[in-house]
Design a protein around this ligand. Structure first.
Ligand code: ADP
Ligand code: MG
Length: 384
């Protein structure tokens, strides 16, 4: 959706032109899954798909919200009535951002907002963070708030955790706020330090396909909570603050100490090996050998499927089919139980891979997957 179109719709809705138009992208996590709430490493990059928001400030304590992608008209909320947990609708995301900014002492006095997004929802591509970050950036600029991008991400995470009530890590919001084109973002979720790692697929004759299985990860909340609690239990049993503190070299000894706790052992093994996979991926990309990350992605999938147990038949079918057809590597990405997988392939392999995936899904009686090429793109920015 172009900036101009969003601005025009805003003008129709609110009777005046917006003061600006901003965008924030969805993301794909290249590697580093379920490490973010263990103080570990993640490596997302921004998608070209993005949320675009036209915004003006108001000074009368009102927040007016409209989404081109949702049924219903303009929703009007009073800022002094915003409270966590009370809104089950999509409006909780932007309202949560306003709430979090005000809670942190920033003098936001209202806004008119119209938005439209090309990030598919519920596909594990983080449409929610795109939505939060685009609003946060717009309000930062309109109110002249002194907030760095990583701080915006923090506030958006708080909006999602506390106001919406979804227990997510910091990766999605940081990716939407901080990614740069042609790069993946190596993020240490403990101290939020970050490095841009070259990931220019086109220059190498490579492509990264995102395969949206169209399986909604609707019931993943409870499973996510269980995995998270299991990881915390593992850290407690091993006497560390977070599983991040178990070095790869000490993993076998740590696993042996977990005794009868078979389920915790599997979770710990995934998290510790996954952190190491991120570090190996960074090393290979910085060395200019992106093809070599293929097997690491595939190892990551096996770990999520067998140890963390959050894959599903559709995601496994993507990975198995892609590898059988010569892909360099493939893995599920995102929270699991549906959503999307990523496939690293030579550029020349794209047509046959896409066809094979569609054929395999049809043969299994699954919905046709949506396949698109993910080009590492820009993080949030002002458009107009
Ligand atoms: P995702 O993996 O896409 O982030 P979530 O469940 O975390 O999935 O967030 C999806 C929710 O975000 C939607 O149900 C809706 O409430 C909100 N959302 C995302 N995109 C839009 C949009 N364009 N307009 C309104 N709400 C949106
Ligand atoms: Mg989300």
């Amino acid at each position: 959706m172009g900036a101009q179109q969003v601005a025009e719709r805003f003008t129709e809705l609110y009777g005046a032109r917006p003061q600006g138009v901003w965008a924030a992208p969805g993301r794909v996590n290249l590697i580093g899954e379920h490490t973010d709430y263990n103080d570990g490493f993640v490596m997302p990059f921004a998608l070209p798909q993005q949320a675009v928001a036209a915004v003006s400030r108001r000074d009368d304590g009102l927040l007016r919200l409209h989404s081109a992608d949702m049924a219903g008209g303009v929703v009007e909320l009073r800022l002094d009535a915003l409270a966590p947990g009370g809104d089950p609708a999509w409006t909780a995301y932007p309202a949560g951002v306003v709430w979090a900014l005000r809670e942190a002492g920033h003098p936001v006095t209202g806004a008119d907002i119209h938005l439209s997004s090309t990030v598919p929802t519920g596909a594990g591509l983080s449409s929610s963070a795109a939505l939060e970050v685009v609003i946060a950036l717009a309000l930062r600029d309109l109110y002249g708030l002194d907030l760095a991008r990583w701080q915006l991400a923090r506030l958006c995470q708080r909006a999602e955790n506390v106001y919406v009530g979804a227990p997510t890590g910091i990766m999605d919001q940081t990716a939407a706020a901080c990614c740069e084109p042609g790069h993946a973002l190596f993020l240490d979720t403990r101290d939020l330090s970050q490095r841009q790692i070259p990931f220019d697929l086109a220059a190498e004759g490579l492509r990264l396909l995102v395969v949206d299985t169209q399986v909604e990860h609707a019931h993943s909340g409870g499973e996510y909570g269980k995995r998270r609690a299991g990881c915390e239990k593992g850290a407690a049993l091993l006497g560390v603050d977070a599983l991040r503190d178990i070095a790869r070299a000490d993993l076998d000894a740590a696993l042996a100490r977990l005794g009868e706790e078979e389920e915790v052992r599997r979770l710990v093994r995934h998290v510790v090996t996954e952190d190491e996979r991120v570090e190996r991926t960074v090393t290979l990309l910085r060395a200019g050998t992106p093809r070599a990350i293929g097997p690491i992605l595939t190892e990551g999938h096996a770990s999520l499927r067998d140890d963390f147990r959050i894959s599903c038949p559709e995601l496994d079918l993507v990975v198995d089919t892609a590898l059988a057809r010569g892909a360099l590597g493939a893995r599920m990405t995102g929270g699991g139980f549906g959503g999307s997988a990523v496939v690293l392939t030579e550029a020349t392999g794209v047509p046959s891979l896409t066809e094979s995936l569609e054929t395999a899904f049809a043969a299994a009686g699954f919905k046709t997957p949506r396949v698109f090429e993910a080009v590492p793109s820009t993080g949030a920015r002002r458009l107009v």
